[in-house]
Ligand binder design. Sequence first.
Ligand code: DGL
Length: 278
Amino acid sequence: MTGPIGVFDSGLGGLTVAGELMRRLPNEKIVYFADSAHVPYGERPLHEIEEFALGITQFLLGCGAKVVIMACNMSSAVALDAARAAFPQVPILGMIEPGSRAAVSNGGSVVGVLATTGTVKSGAYSRTILALDPRIKVIEQPCPAFVPLVESGMTDSEEAEIAARSCVGPLISGGADTLVLGCTHYPFLRPMIERAAPEATIVDPAEETVRALAKILKDTSAEASENKPGEHRFFTSGDAEGFARLGSRLLGREIPRVEHAQWGRDLSLPEQMRTNKG
Ligand code: DGL
């Protein structure tokens, strides 16, 4: 199949998933949507996140996506079922289920989940992990400072070091042996989180999500048919130049062009989708 893999997030965080895709499935094309106009999602009402997720999924399908990854734990926590019901024509993957599977397979007894306030409020990680293994103790910790630090490029700062220590501390005191990076922005702060929890196993749900995607593509014979590196497109609802600059640094490879885009909120009107190049 020739269509791209649609990937979206509130901003830069989903690049941790896009990066994993580029490494594992280098021939696949990616179309990435960053909802930078609305970042951070973490403190927003859950119904709003669902509305954004449906609009963006529709936008990605309009770009020809053959599959969509919600590279945003918050969207995955509150909008995955609604998106699957609204768009049954393509597989849609979230982060919570693969992340929970990876955490459980680590074999620990206490799983600490670092996530945004909204994801913690949804209880999605606790529910999913306990459904897989009810003997595990799950502790969820909101880290509202992390996303703004990543979005402002302060990943190597003293502020990030302090925020990591204060979020990880309660999980370690609670006995966590496994830490899930339950927001796609957080792998950009991984060195700080590791320093704050040197004994714990860190789980990045992106790895298991991309493994699950690779299996779906194989099972449905939807793998990229061309044997050459995939070409990618990047869209943002916010500042295209800023996204290109910071995104290139965080992704570790140049994002040469970012297009500004908006989407129609009325799901019955796909023609409302507009993209303005530039
Ligand atoms: N990166 C997203 C997540 O995985 C959302 C972060 C935010 O905008 O608060 O939850």
